[in-house]
Write a protein that binds this ligand. Structure first.
Ligand code: HEC
Ligand code: HEC
Ligand code: HEC
Ligand code: HEC
Ligand code: HEC
Ligand code: HEC
Ligand code: HEC
Ligand code: HEC
Length: 349
């Protein structure tokens, strides 16, 4: 940063004024805002960038605290406080970065970051991150001002290397324990859920994320299906043999419904099954569709034990296969005849 500025000043003597002006303007327009830290500011938000679009439910804040009297920094998301850092006065030099992973809600997440001094706000910054998702009808399309902004490019990682390891070693392919993985210190929150997918639980992140891709590192094979089927071979055969494939499964984007890492829901689903299905099939939320033509009563689709699956609750997946089936309505038992489906649970009817 300092070197860059010096270079321009020394060159100024030899180069025509108009040209060095252009260089200076370019410098301030494109270079300066990225790295320069205005020393009159109490803090600067290095990440995330304003107007980023993401498709995962977590985002990292990296905040650099300048020498100032601010003692606390607070982060609020959509008006709710979600993180705070206190006792900033005692931060020593070289420890002036605050790193924190926070969760997101679907759609726009408006963050307000306040610096406080003895309880009073002395500086405020704002930024918005958009969490796009195919399972949220309202937020499945991101407004054009929000853009994908991948982090893992060599030039963006540089600022972190003072405190974090960023180069993959042999052990990272198959770490003996989570803490041994290069990814762990920054991404430990990714597995902090009730159910964790086998390879993520072992922090074998690099079995799915390719360490050799550039300029963006760690991308995955697309479509997801091709990645998932490298391990779930039996599912590939099973679903390929069926006549009908469910719309979203047919796109090959398994991560529409499944978080590839972990979730509080079974099968690492992004929402509990019933909410997941009705997110797209809003008209089915009433449950009345099952017995249309069988009188006025409606059939439950949740909130009761599932007689066909011990220990589980009734849900849309009790009757429909979310992936594929030989029946057009995607019945779990491939039934063509409606009554064959009923018999799965109503043995005496
Ligand atoms: C001054 C040192 C320092 C710098 C510079 C730094 N970090 Fe950190 N960061 C830390 C420490 C210390 C932790 C806590 C590590 C741990 O728990 O193992 C951490 C944790 C994190 C976490 C996890 C936070 C959480 O809530 O789980 C992320 C993400 C992170 N850093 C990203 C970054 C990124 C990206 C950069 C560069 C833009 C960066 N850090 C630069 C010191 C630093
Ligand atoms: C220095 C901290 C740090 C380390 C180490 C790190 N990551 Fe990240 N990673 C981040 C941050 C910050 C983001 C941006 C998303 C966010 O805000 O959480 C990110 C994003 C990603 C993304 C989304 C695409 C992108 O580039 O934004 C993938 C995939 C990823 N990391 C995989 C990995 C894997 C695999 C490892 C280990 C080999 C790893 N990361 C190590 C900090 C880190
Ligand atoms: C590197 C191998 C590997 C890859 C790739 C992989 N999985 Fe898995 N998966 C496993 C293992 C091992 C298990 C069983 C252990 C467990 O339950 O976590 C599993 C279990 C599952 C289960 C639960 C199955 C059950 O019957 O309980 C689901 C759902 C799942 N994976 C989805 C996916 C999806 C979606 C993808 C692609 C994004 C994928 N997997 C890619 C190894 C893999
Ligand atoms: C079973 C394969 C698999 C494993 C194992 C795996 N990932 Fe991923 N990961 C994916 C897929 C698929 C995506 C979605 C990529 C996309 O569509 O852009 C993804 C996305 C991400 C993202 C972007 C944010 C998000 O949630 O979508 C981060 C960060 C990430 N992975 C980090 C990790 C880390 C750290 C590990 C090790 C604990 C890991 N991954 C293990 C398959 C995997
Ligand atoms: C429309 C949402 C959706 C999509 C898309 C989806 N799944 Fe699933 N998946 C589910 C649900 C819901 C369950 C739980 C079903 C149950 O309760 O029996 C499940 C269960 C699973 C299981 C464990 C149970 C079983 O059927 O063996 C695996 C493995 C799995 N999915 C893999 C995948 C793969 C691989 C893809 C992409 C080809 C994919 N899924 C696409 C919703 C989906
Ligand atoms: C991401 C959106 C999405 C999600 C989530 C989703 N579906 Fe679908 N579903 C579709 C699309 C698109 C079709 C294709 C037919 C259509 O346009 O109605 C479809 C078709 C179906 C069909 C067959 C309808 C027909 O006319 O062929 C059934 C049954 C169904 N879904 C049940 C489910 C169940 C059960 C779940 C939850 C496990 C679920 N869906 C989750 C988007 C979704
Ligand atoms: C008890 C079994 C059962 C449950 C639970 C159930 N369904 Fe159905 N579903 C059926 C039957 C039977 C039909 C075909 C008759 C009809 O169209 O009313 C059907 C039809 C459908 C269709 C239209 C398929 C077509 O061929 O046009 C969709 C979409 C659908 N269900 C989605 C859902 C969703 C979403 C849920 C969860 C909220 C759900 N179902 C729960 C039994 C069930
Ligand atoms: C996956 C299991 C399952 C399937 C398949 C199923 N049902 Fe049910 N059904 C239930 C459960 C659970 C109840 C609620 C029983 C209770 O509350 O005691 C129920 C209740 C009913 C009731 C009584 C309604 C009420 O208000 O109590 C009728 C009628 C009914 N089902 C008809 C059908 C018909 C017709 C089909 C086939 C199209 C069918 N069911 C398929 C599980 C199922």
């Amino acid at each position: 940063m300092k070197n860059g500025a010096l270079k321009i000043i020394t060159r100024k003597k030899k180069i025509p004024v108009s040209f060095s002006l252009v260089v200076l303007i370019l410098f301030f327009k494109f270079v300066a805002p990225v790295v320069a830290v205005d020393s009159s500011e109490k803090f600067s938000v290095i990440m995330p960038a304003d107007s980023s679009m993401v498709e995962g439910d977590l985002i990292s804040f990296v905040i650099k605290v300048n020498k100032s009297n601010a003692d606390t920094i607070k982060i609020t998301r959509n008006k709710t406080e979600i993180a705070s850092f206190t006792h900033l006065g005692s931060l020593s030099r070289g420890k002036d970065y605050l790193c924190k992973v926070v969760s997101l809600e679907f759609g726009p997440n408006e963050f307000v970051i306040d610096a406080l001094e003895k309880g009073g706000i002395v500086e405020t910054k704002k930024l918005t991150v958009f969490y796009r998702s195919d399972i949220s009808k309202r937020f499945s399309i991101n407004p054009p001002e929000f853009r994908r902004n991948p982090f893992h490019k060599e030039d963006r990682e540089v600022g972190c290397m003072k405190c974090h390891r960023t180069d993959v070693s042999e052990e990272d392919m198959k770490p003996a324990k989570p803490e041994g993985s290069l990814c762990y210190p920054c991404h430990k929150m990714i597995t902090a859920y009730r159910n964790v997918h086998g390879p993520a639980a072992r922090w074998a992140c690099l079995t799915c994320h390719d360490k050799n891709t550039r300029p963006v590192k760690y991308t995955t094979v697309k479509p997801d299906r091709d990645l998932c089927f490298t391990c779930h071979k039996e599912k590939k055969e099973e679903w390929k043999s069926k006549k009908y494939v469910h719309g979203p499964t047919a796109t090959g984007k398994c991560t529409i419904c499944h978080n590839p890492h972990a979730s509080d829901n079974e099968f690492w689903l992004r929402k509990p099954t019933w909410d997941l299905c009705t997110g797209c099939h809003e008209d089915r939320a009433s449950g009345s569709h099952v017995i249309v033509g069988f009188g006025s009563s409606t059939h439950p689709t949740r909130g009761r034990p599932d007689p066909s699956r011990y220990g589980k609750e009734l849900s849309c997946a009790s009757c429909h296969n979310p992936h594929a089936s030989n029946s057009k309505s995607l019945f779990i038992n491939d039934a063509d005849d409606l009554y064959d489906l009923c018999k799965v649970c109503h043995k005496n009817k």
